[in-house]
Design a binder for this molecule. Structure first.
Ligand SMILES: [Zn+2]
Ligand SMILES: [Zn+2]
Length: 285
């Protein structure tokens, strides 16, 4: 039963929860309206209401902007071959901005996965996912091209060095010592050292209910991953520690199964675990 008292007499909680609910419903109905527009357009039904275009009809009847109408018509075209995403579009459950984000990479093979992701991820994480997908596609192309051309054996790298370090390196070079081989050795040793440290910490770590990650674990991960997100190609700062084995099950802060991620890639990492059925189930309850 709807509260029919004047708003002034509602409690803060009542006002706030009603506002949130009305807002959600308003958004949903607007999405549904936009999802139906392409059909109105296809049958030219706006003429029956005295309008000369679907654009004008949508603006007057639905109060939506020209840009939104254009996006709706475009999405309807783009999702022609992907029925799952098309259904999501017309259902009104998902905002058009999110759907427009994935439309550029959607196909019959990945649409179920993408439909899952748009329900799970924030706008920012979706953008990251789309960017990663596009990047890995171009990388495949690039490797194919590279296989055709000769592979570069050396590279000139500009890394600012401390003056002392630079002079030492040049001295070594002048002595005829292979700096490249020395650095390679250093890098291999560094990698092995981190592996050993992680192994030791991992073997000794106890089961715990505490989410607090011990300093030695954070330190070794920082040594391995630095300050940036550990996803290849991502340059955002690493803000969150991710357990690749779910912490709630493993109950261990084992650095061998942990990674430093940015907020967006962390959200993506978790959304991959969840099946679309589970989301639907949760929505129903
Ligand atoms: Zn995590
Ligand atoms: Zn990242």
């Amino acid at each position: 039963m709807e509260n029919i008292e004047p708003f002034e007499r509602w409690s803060d909680e009542q006002v706030l929860s009603a506002a949130v609910r009305y807002g959600e419903e308003a958004r949903k109905w607007k999405n549904k309206f936009l999802g139906l527009l392409p059909e109105v357009d296809r049958r030219k039904l706006y003429v029956q209401k005295g309008f000369t275009s679907v654009m004008h009809f949508a603006q007057v009847v639905g109060g939506v902007s020209e840009a939104q109408v254009q996006t709706a018509l475009r999405l309807n075209m783009q999702f022609r071959e992907t029925p799952i995403l098309h259904t999501l579009f017309t259902s009104g459950e998902i905002g058009m901005n999110k759907l427009a984000r994935v439309a550029s990479i959607a196909n019959q093979d990945n649409e179920e996965f993408l439909a899952n992701q748009v329900q799970m991820l924030s706008q920012a994480s979706l953008e990251t996912l789309v960017r990663d997908t596009k990047r890995s596609d171009t990388k495949i192309l690039r490797t194919q091209n590279q296989a055709l051309s000769a592979i570069e054996e050396t590279a000139q790298v500009a890394v600012p060095l401390n003056m002392e370090v630079a002079q030492e390196l040049l001295k070594l070079r002048d002595k005829g010592i292979d700096i490249d081989a020395e650095l390679k050795l250093f890098l291999e040793q560094r990698k092995a050292e981190i592996e050993v440290q992680k192994e030791q910490i991992g073997e000794n770590c106890q089961e715990t209910d505490s989410r607090y990650v011990p300093k030695e674990v954070r330190d070794v991960l920082k040594k391995e991953y630095g300050t940036r997100c550990s996803m290849p190609g991502c340059t955002r700062p690493s803000e969150e520690l991710h357990h690749t084995q779910r912490f709630s099950l493993a109950k261990k802060h084992d650095p061998r199964y942990m990674a430093l991620l940015c907020r967006e890639h962390h959200q993506i990492a978790h959304s991959r675990d969840v099946k679309i059925q589970e989301i639907k189930k949760r929505k129903r309850t």
